[in-house]
Design a protein around this ligand. Structure first.
Ligand code: UDP
Length: 316
């Protein structure tokens, strides 16, 4: 990835992370092919890029083969919020597994690097804390989250078999909870839910007793890590954890959001979704060492930027 002006395919380029990555690579003078079926991606996320001379948009579903000539692939395509990936679980597994097969085939044919957006969900409801890459996880194979968790795990298997057997340059990153502008308003995720509820002075929905923890990474930090990972030599395959190790309970998050929005919202308690992980926090020592990367944006600062975004969306 040292040569500039490459043509880079971003699957899921219309999504939250994908659209930020499109922008970043265009800024670096690459040409970008953004591929999306717009199941959860949105044209609004990329509308401002449509007139950019380096930008092309392809409406396509990666569960079907695709033939393009590119220099690198970022595979970001898959619904990622529990509400969306559980809406059509069969399609979710197909997206991860058939999508990986189709794109790895392309990477092999073209002899180009491919990055897989994997997930902290491969650790399931982790019995080890914080999660290191060596931990194999605690995943229910037949639950409501399995379509996503097992789909992503199988995709990792395919990536590593293409590396070992067919010498494809793979880059597997395990993304922990990430937030920022362009999260979908109806995504069902905790950061977007809490901010939208607080801005509307509606009740803030805490699932369970709110003592479960997550670690939240601001989107710009995550995109920086993707670009650094793609620039690594063939031998660097990952899997590598990417996230912000700051750990917060959902109650703490709700209190922060209420404070930053000056909201009158009250907390209400709802049942905890099945198989909801109790604790999650990445061990990012590998990313720090291999990528010389550390997230820079503290939660309060990232929340302020995200709140500003949702304020502008709610005004429309
Ligand atoms: N959550 C919550 N209220 C909401 C949405 C989510 O308390 O309105 C909780 C959810 O049960 C989980 C955590 O927040 O424990 C993070 O949920 P999210 O869907 O954002 O992502 P996950 O990490 O579970 O994939």
């Amino acid at each position: 990835m040292s040569r500039k002006n490459q043509t880079i395919l971003i699957t899921g380029g219309g999504g939250f992370l994908g659209s930020h990555l499109c922008e970043r690579l265009l800024d670096e003078d690459h040409d970008v092919i953004c591929l999306d079926n717009f199941f959860t991606g949105s044209k609004e996320n990329i509308r401002h890029l449509l007139n950019h001379s380096g930008f092309e948009l392809v409406r396509h579903d990666i569960t079907w083969p695709v033939y393009l000539e590119v220099d690198a692939i970022y595979n970001m395509a898959c619904p990622a919020s529990p509400v969306h990936y559980q809406h059509d679980p069969v399609q979710t597994t197909k997206t991860s597994v058939l999508g990986a097969i189709n794109l790895l085939g392309m990477a092999k044919r073209l002899n180009i690097p491919i990055m897989q957006a994997s997930t902290s969900e491969v650790y399931g409801d982790p019995a080890v804390h914080p999660q290191k890459e060596e931990y194999w996880g605690n995943v229910n194979p037949i639950g409501p989250r399995s379509c996503y968790d097992e789909g992503k795990r199988c995709a990792e298997t395919l990536f590593f078999d293409y590396y070992r057997q067919l010498k494809v340059s793979i880059k597997v990153v395990r993304i922990f909870n990430t937030y920022g502008p362009r999260m979908q308003i109806n995504d069902g995720r905790v950061v977007s839910n809490f901010i939208v509820q607080a801005l509307k002075n509606e009740d803030i929905t805490i699932y369970g007793d709110g003592s479960q923890t997550r670690s939240f990474c601001y989107v710009s930090d995550m995109i920086e890590a993707f670009v650094k990972m793609m620039a690594t030599p063939h031998e660097v395959t990952g899997p590598i954890n990417l996230g912000n190790p700051g750990e917060f309970t959902m109650i703490e998050l709700a209190e922060k959001v209420i404070k930053l929005t000056n909201s009158k919202s009250k907390l209400v308690y709802k049942p905890l979704p099945k198989d909801d992980p109790v604790r999650r926090k990445p061990d990012i020592s590998k990313a720090e060492k291999i990528l010389d990367w550390h997230p820079k944006v503290p939660l309060d600062e990232g929340l302020e930027k995200t709140i500003a975004y949702f304020k502008s969306i709610l005004k429309k």
